[in-house]
Design a protein around this ligand. Structure first.
Ligand SMILES: *Cc1c(COP(=O)(O)O)cnc(C)c1O
Length: 219
């Protein structure tokens, strides 16, 4: 099936409160433009340089989401245009995002990445660290960042029960954090293989790549 058919199929199955991020990492501009021409306006990338190149080349009504791990020294390359940074996992990173956003007179929306998977390889903060951060004076002094929710990645496994447990864990962390900060709205969880389950567990934002653009070829 074509990119636009894949996109329509997924979109027509989503509840109204769920936002679809089309994850276009490694894919050429021509593929992204097919999704754009089918109406998609939110794209997710996991490398800052690749996202910046695509931003330059593509229509300016696109919202660009950084979904990957962010190195502090590269924040400056996306501060001018990025709409949402999903992978914020430390105060130090948040402070750098704030500094770079300030240079461009912008406020950048961010999600706190929470470690919900058993795997060691996944990044993220603990629920406790997130709660400490949200209540800290240091955070309240950052005027150019907005934390609007949380993001998490489940373990890469065929064990549906485990993935479900991890998604429900993130939803409960979100509910707790929301009592500290009512600005929290977004739960970013769910990818091609597990987005339906994620939505059942309370996801409001799914990050879908291969089910739209086909399998990736890393070279
Ligand atoms: C690549 C990626 C996705 C999308 O993965 P698919 O399995 O292709 O849907 C989602 N989230 C993150 C953080 C990713 O790096």
């Amino acid at each position: 099936m074509s990119i636009s058919e894949n996109l329509q199929n997924i979109k027509s199955s989503l509840p109204e409160n769920v936002t679809l991020v089309a994850v276009s990492k490694t894919k050429p501009i021509s593929d992204l433009m097919k999704a754009y021409n089918a109406g998609q306006r939110i794209f997710g990338e996991n490398k800052i340089q690749e996202m910046a190149e695509k931003y330059e080349a593509m229509p300016k009504d696109i919202q660009w989401h950084m979904i990957g791990h962010v190195q502090r020294n590269k924040v400056k390359y996306m501060a001018e245009f990025v709409n949402l940074i999903h992978g914020v996992d430390s105060y130090k990173l948040l402070k750098e995002i704030n500094k770079q956003a300030n240079k461009h007179d912008r406020t950048i929306d961010c999600l706190l990445q929470i470690k919900i998977a058993e795997e060691d390889s996944k990044f993220g903060m603990s629920a406790e660290d997130a709660s400490i951060l949200l209540q800290s004076n240091e955070f309240s002094e950052l005027n150019n960042v907005n934390i609007i929710g949380v993001m998490g990645m489940a373990t890469f496994t065929d064990n549906k029960k485990q993935v479900e447990t991890e998604f429900k864990f993130l939803k409960s962390i979100f509910d707790n954090l929301k009592t500290l900060n009512s600005k929290l709205l977004t739960i970013s969880m769910g990818m091609s293989r597990d987005y339906k389950l994620a939505i059942d567990c309370g996801s409001t934002m799914i990050r879908v790549g291969s089910s739209i653009f086909g399998v990736r070829n890393y070279q």
